[in-house]
Design a protein. Structure first.
Length: 189
């Protein structure tokens, strides 16, 4: 296990550090991206630091200023180089950089259709041609607090300007258990 995947002491951060979603991380390892990555709703930086440990110029975007500060501290403690910025997680293009891979394990499935459309358009603007978006989301109907996603909603959102690479059932780990989910990989045309 790399240092990026180790949990930091729970007393350092509130909430306790998050680990990258295993299915998202496995998809990224198989995709083997190079260059610059952006993780949406990066939280305390678990996924961003895993991407940094894979050799990417790893960036994280979060709407919570405290989470951004926690992520920066965690990166320092882990000895990994990563950039964390505060901003609208549904508008990654506002970061002002172009990315080779964009990851989302927290945003798309939790947003209503209007926000999803805005996210898809902005994600396309923030990715270089040929770059990938890797998305993991809780399935619809699993958690009453989340809209969730189904295969059709996922595929229908990424039609214009995208090529579907993979869409399959997956597992989302949260609260000590796992929930049915969908994993999608889309290439920007």
């Amino acid at each position: 296990m790399t240092s990026a995947l180790r949990a930091l002491p729970a007393t350092r951060f509130d909430p306790a550090p998050a680990h990258p979603q295993p299915e998202l991380l496995a998809a990224l390892q198989q995709l083997a991206p190079r260059g610059r990555s952006l993780d949406l709703a990066a939280g305390d930086g678990g996924s961003v630091l895993a991407l940094a440990a894979m050799g990417l110029d790893a960036w994280g975007l979060d709407g919570d200023r405290a989470a951004v500060e926690q992520a920066r501290l965690r990166a320092d403690l882990e000895g990994l180089r990563a950039t964390f910025v505060h901003g609208d997680v549904c508008d990654p293009a506002r970061v002002g950089r172009r990315f080779d891979v964009l990851t989302d394990g927290r945003v798309f499935h939790a947003r209503p259709p209007g926000d999803r459309q805005r996210l898809v358009l902005s994600a396309r603007q923030s990715l270089r041609p040929g770059a990938h978006l890797v998305l993991l989301g809780v399935a619809a109907g699993v958690d009453p607090a989340l809209p969730g996603i189904d295969e059709d909603a996922l595929c229908d959102a990424f039609i214009d300007g995208w090529t579907e690479v993979l869409v399959r059932p997956a597992r989302f780990f949260a609260d000590g258990g796992q929930r049915p989910a969908w994993l999608g990989i889309f290439r920007r045309d």
